[in-house]
Design a protein around this ligand. Structure first.
Ligand code: GN1
Ligand code: MG
Length: 347
């Protein structure tokens, strides 16, 4: 394996040393940290072809993104033949980033200060991509944030029950029915968004709660500010990470939610229409992710990487528990966001 990885690095004109290790906790792609013979550190990633059926769409979008704002993104390398992705002899697609050293990432925000900083980082990303034409970007995962489509697929998976798992997931399936009305919520989707704004996709300075850059750019494509905000709150203001199985521990922290909004809103320079969608966005993405985990469980775990047989079911239950808490606190959630983002910041 090491030899194969070193050959891939060679396509980017990097001479890998023996020091290559698996890295990170992403649910989709495979990542490796490698040290080059000259001491340089890199992050090598294999694109998951089951998720990204057209990897060339990722390359297409990254080219446009990096042409617009290269300074605020992790440094990406081009292959010696001028591509952003290298296709190996097995048809696998790879890309290479310079490793962002002296950085760290987190699965949830330990303090309001960190939450605010993460909000600023993703808000600034939205603001910086404001000038990009949505028509110039491809959909790297079709209907990625389309909840009605996600629910239709869930319904099909439940009826087919190809892996005989539905009986173990009855409560979660009942939650999917119970919250289905959320699919009627609408979001302005007329801008380029990040679309994977979980807090672990912000790199922080290793020694201070200062964001260095946002990462995981595979789903940068047309999207909605309210859903980016929602994904950040869902991950950063949750009291536990996505793997917690003790439902009594799972819930939303409103102080951290308010802190996220106070960082995100001014940095993103939202329209008033977008601002109206922020609280709904939190419920929408949380529900959508619950449905995605549950559907993947029913379909046999083909999408998200799992560590044990019921992992996706546990993740779905976790997101449903968070959603129930969010639903109970809708008024407080809206008030916390409003308090952080008063009218005078509207444009
Ligand atoms: C996946 O790969 P990763 O871990 O950054 C997923 C997101 C989910 C997230 C939940 C392309 O992100 O949509 O919100 O897991 N990415 C894709 O942890 O499906
Ligand atoms: Mg991702």
């Amino acid at each position: 394996m090491r030899g194969a990885l070193a050959r891939v690095a060679g396509a980017f004109d990097v001479a890998a040393s023996e020091r290559i290790h698996r890295y990170g906790s992403g649910n989709i792609n495979d990542s490796y940290r490698l040290i080059a013979r000259d001491g340089g550190e890199y992050l090598l990633q294999r694109i998951n072809r089951a998720v990204f059926v057209h990897p060339e769409h990722i390359a297409h979008n990254l080219e446009r993104l990096y042409a617009a704002q290269p300074d605020r993104l992790p440094k990406i390398l081009w292959t010696t033949d001028g591509q952003l992705l290298h296709r190996d002899a097995d048809g696998e697609f790879w890309r290479l980033y310079r490793f962002v050293s002296a950085s760290r990432h987190m699965d949830t925000a330990a303090t309001p200060e960190i939450a605010r900083a993460a909000g600023r980082a993703f808000g600034a990303f939205l603001n910086e991509t404001r000038g990009l034409a949505t028509g110039a970007f491809k959909e790297t995962v079709p209907r990625f944030h389309d909840l009605p489509a996600r629910l239709r697929r869930f319904d099909r998976a439940l009826s087919a029950d190809t892996h005989g798992r539905a009986h173990r997931a009855q409560e979660a399936c009942a939650d999917a029915e119970r919250f289905a009305d959320l699919a009627a919520l609408k979001f302005p989707r007329d801008r380029i968004a990040h679309n994977d704004c979980k807090i672990s996709n912000v790199l922080f300075d290793a020694d201070a709660p200062r964001p260095l850059c946002v990462i995981d750019l595979d789903t940068v494509m047309p999207g909605a500010a309210g859903l980016d905000f929602g994904d950040l709150v869902r991950s950063a203001a949750a009291r536990t990470d996505e793997d917690e199985t003790d439902a009594s521990q799972i819930g939303i922290d409103l102080a951290r939610t308010q802190a996220i909004a106070s960082g995100f809103c001014p940095a993103a320079a939202l329209t008033s229409a977008e601002r109206e969608t922020l609280a709904d966005g939190v419920l929408y993405v949380t529900f959508m992710l619950a449905v995605r985990f549950l559907t993947d469980y029913l379909e046999g775990d083909g999408y998200f990487r799992t560590a044990y047989p019921d992992h996706n079911l546990d993740r779905a239950r976790n997101q449903f528990a968070l959603l129930r808490d969010l639903d109970n606190k809708r008024l407080e959630l809206a008030a916390a966001i409003k308090a952080a983002a008063p009218n005078r910041l509207r444009r």
